[in-house]
Design a protein around this ligand. Structure first.
Ligand code: NAD
Length: 323
């Protein structure tokens, strides 16, 4: 049964000239990293997303040891639409077998990714989770290598991703303006952790596009709860569980509330939600649509925020600098 929603709004992605849909498709679940996903479901989810106005798809060789890139590639090919109608980002430097941000590895990596994605170019190539490498290597070796890939037409833009927010200022303060086009931050703009907010003026002053990922805090803000590997503390996990239970008791859905919370801030060009089925795509697009029509459920939001106060902005260590 086809569901019809108005197209999602598009937002400018920094100075790239790209216009990304407010909800972006996070393809890590297509690598079966949360739960097993069939090829049929993956391809159908990508199709439904595109049909409902999602034009931005994010993946990485790391997600499911290349599986996410392969599944996304199949889904995009099956759309049968011109390449210019969708925006794809993938990443380099983080792999199933570990980290390698050397110029040689990332240069090889893009060709491998393009083959799996069945594409001639990606729109954005991110250095993936740079806190696990030497940030000086990222500045002096990895990003210059990515600039060569940009000149060669294999990627249109360059990005950096990771968890600790300091990595973004460290790198952006050390590269020439316009070298890094976008940043991807995750788990820092959701109901339980909104620390990305403080960095937004700085990022805007640098002209970089801002992608915020994991509005559901990688499963913490869902009814089914996070996967076993989730790095949050037991305290944070149980507070989020209590918040989800509170919403259920009221006949509300914590995931909808969480996606709407992230979507409200228009300085964020796109909110990347991990999705693995047609049903999830429809729910998340409907959440965006409801937000535009009716606004947020402020009452439930403040109740959930009150439950989460003891763990507000609690995060977890990530990377070699912090571990
Ligand atoms: P997320 O917060 O988006 O949560 C994803 C989980 O929630 C999955 O299990 C998904 O199936 C489930 N879900 C989605 N919609 C739902 C709904 N309506 N109801 C209930 N459950 C729902 O976390 P994520 O997938 O880790 O992040 C989104 C995307 O952002 C990733 O897929 C990836 O593309 C990107 N990302 C990048 C980095 C990085 O570069 N370091 C880190 C995290 C995420």
């Amino acid at each position: 049964m086809a569901v019809s929603y108005p197209k999602l709004p598009l937002r400018e992605l920094g100075n790239t000239g790209l216009k990304t849909s407010s909800v972006g498709f996070g393809a890590s679940p297509l690598g079966s990293v949360f739960s097993p996903v069939s090829e049929e479901d993956a391809v159908a989810a990508v199709r439904e997303a595109f049909c409902l106005g999602i034009n931005f798809f994010d993946t990485s060789p790391y997600y499911g040891r290349n599986l996410s890139e392969k599944m996304l590639g199949k889904g995009l090919k099956a759309l049968g639409v011109p390449r210019s109608e969708y925006i794809v980002s993938t990443k380099c430097g983080r792999y199933g077998e570990g980290f390698d941000f050397s110029a040689e590895r990332v240069t090889r990596s893009i060709d491998e990714s393009l083959a799996r994605l069945q594409l001639d170019y990606v729109d954005i190539l991110h250095c993936h989770d740079i806190e696990f490498g030497s940030l000086d290597q990222i500045v002096n070796e990895t990003i210059p290598a990515l600039q060569k890939l940009k000149e060669a037409g294999k990627t249109r833009f360059i990005g950096i991703t990771g968890l600790p927010l300091e990595i973004f200022t460290y790198v952006l303060d050390r590269v020439p303006p316009g070298t890094v086009d976008v940043i991807l931050s995750y788990c820092h703009y959701s109901i339980n952790d909104s620390t990305l907010l403080d960095l937004l003026p700085y990022l805007k002053s640098k002209g970089v596009g801002i992608i915020s990922a994991s509005p559901l805090a990688m499963g913490l803000l869902t009814d089914q709860g996070p996967p076993e590997w989730h790095p949050a503390s037991p305290e944070l996990k149980s507070a989020c569980q209590a918040a989800a239970a509170h919403c259920r008791k009221k006949g509300k859905n914590i995931s909808k509330l969480a996606i709407q919370y992230s979507l409200v801030n228009k300085d964020i060009s796109t909110v990347l939600v991990g999705m693995n089925s047609v049903g999830q795509v429809e729910e998340n697009v409907a959440a965006a649509e409801e937000l535009a029509t009716f606004g947020r459920d402020e009452e439930t939001l403040s109740e959930v925020e009150a439950i989460l106060i003891p763990v507000k902005n609690q995060t977890w260590p990530s990377g070699i600098q912090n571990s």
